[in-house]
Design a protein around this ligand. Sequence first.
Ligand code: ADP
Ligand code: 5GP
Length: 207
Amino acid sequence: MSNAVPAAIAVILSGPSGVGKSTVCRHLFTQLNNTGFSVSCTTRAPRPGEEQGVHYNFVSQEEFAARRDQGEYLEWAEVHGQFYGTPKSEVFPRLTAGTSVILDIDVQGARQIAGNIADTAWKKHFLTVFMAPPSLRVLAERLRGRKTEDTATVQRRLEAGIQEMQHWREYDYLLINDNADAAAATLAAIITAAKCRSIMRNKEPWL
Ligand code: ADP
Ligand code: 5GP
């Protein structure tokens, strides 16, 4: 890394559906400069208010498979019956340019990335954060309160989320989303501290 380019971090952020990952990221981007969101490809339909290319790149099953076969994804997984994948182009060019990036991905995807970067120079740029609700009751209320899924889908996502929460110890950090602004501030602190590690510099920045 050149001395002119600031250290950049890729945060792998996982947590049950409805815990508040998107909400906390929105708050984070108002608190921390030079940080963006990795826009995944997905085969699921957009929810009301979701924009193509902003929240997701919404693609057909065929396009998803073609991109996967061309090796475009850093990782991909089937989640809640739909395909999701992180394009490499959303992550590595930004890290090289000194922009930090948040990857909102599930536990399977987090494990794949850990395997893919294990013996590479990228490893020091990645950290993993698991977001949990203050209680299961709150999680259920948030998922229902979002009103973007029908009752059966909410139930399926809740059950999958409870399973997913069993993996929180695989992550570097546990972030409880009680108040969204406070959770964003904690996440900003984690990223800022990670950037300050001496391992992020090849030589003295002041020379
Ligand atoms: P995720 O991205 O993890 O699926 P969302 O960000 O869509 O979750 O949040 C799910 C719902 O919970 C939304 O209606 C959001 O407004 C609400 N929410 C998120 N964080 C909080 C919080 N800290 N306090 C209260 N409501 C929250
Ligand atoms: P949602 O449909 O609610 O936006 O996301 C459902 C789940 O898919 C969440 O757990 C989210 O973290 C995960 N997800 C979103 N994008 C990706 C991705 O690119 N890869 C993987 N593995 N999971 C993703």
